[in-house]
Design a protein around this ligand. Structure first.
Ligand code: SF4
Length: 201
């Protein structure tokens, strides 16, 4: 288990988000992880707690791991952007292209050190930062190769999306079944959890 790969990262001032964050939310998990999950950016709770995927989105992320038969300690989990983007410190906002580009330094650092066998991107920002391709919904649920890193990439919707789009829950389960199949094809062990045992609530 490793929580901090670089002392420099927690003091980073590569973009203006350093002026408004409470703390840098660094990647966590196992440096020996076969699968790396990459989200978008910290929200208010993550910024305060210093930990990625807390609250309602975190509950859904943990359900995803259950369905895949994985645990947080056995994966690497990080965000494409490590500091919270907000509007005057109140509402969360999507990261800007300059912020994503600046923080790609740390994403590459995580990928170089962990060298996972599979990257799972959660939402548009992570997919575009890793692949350099434009996000489209039809690009999810398929294996790509991240050319720069030579690592297979599988794209999912961000789990926070399900909070507002309950109509996509069935689609998400189908995507997770496709991800299980992709993991098997890469000889990554997959748990036996069934959809019924670990359905989203
Ligand atoms: S968002 Fe990334 S690049 Fe910008 S200050 Fe935070 S850690 Fe540095």
């Amino acid at each position: 288990m490793s929580e901090l790969l670089s002392q420099d990262e927690s003091a980073c001032a590569r973009c203006e988000l350093s002026l408004t964050r409470t703390q840098v939310v660094i990647g966590r998990g196992s440096v020996d992880a076969e699968v790396m999950f990459i989200g978008e950016a910290p929200g208010r709770n993550e910024d305060l707690q210093g930990r990625g995927f807390t609250g309602a989105a975190g509950q859904r992320f943990d359900r995803i791991l259950e369905i895949l038969g994985l645990e947080r300690d056995g994966i690497w989990l990080c965000n494409a952007v490590r500091c919270r983007p907000s509007i005057a410190g109140k509402r969360n906002r999507p990261p800007k292209p300059l912020e994503i580009a600046a923080c790609r330094h740390w994403l590459k650092s995580d990928l170089d050190r962990v060298r996972p066998r599979l990257i799972v991107t959660l939402g548009r920002v992570a997919f575009e930062s890793v692949t350099g391709m434009e996000w489209r919904a039809e690009r999810r649920s398929t294996l790509y190769e991240a050319q720069e890193f030579k690592i297979p990439v599988f794209a999912l919707y961000h789990p926070a999306y399900l909070i507002y789009r309950r109509d996509l829950v069935g689609t998400y389960h189908q995507d997770l079944e496709a991800l299980r199949a992709a993991m098997r094809s890469l000889r990554i062990s997959v748990g036996n959890m069934s959809h019924g045992d670990a359905a989203f609530n």
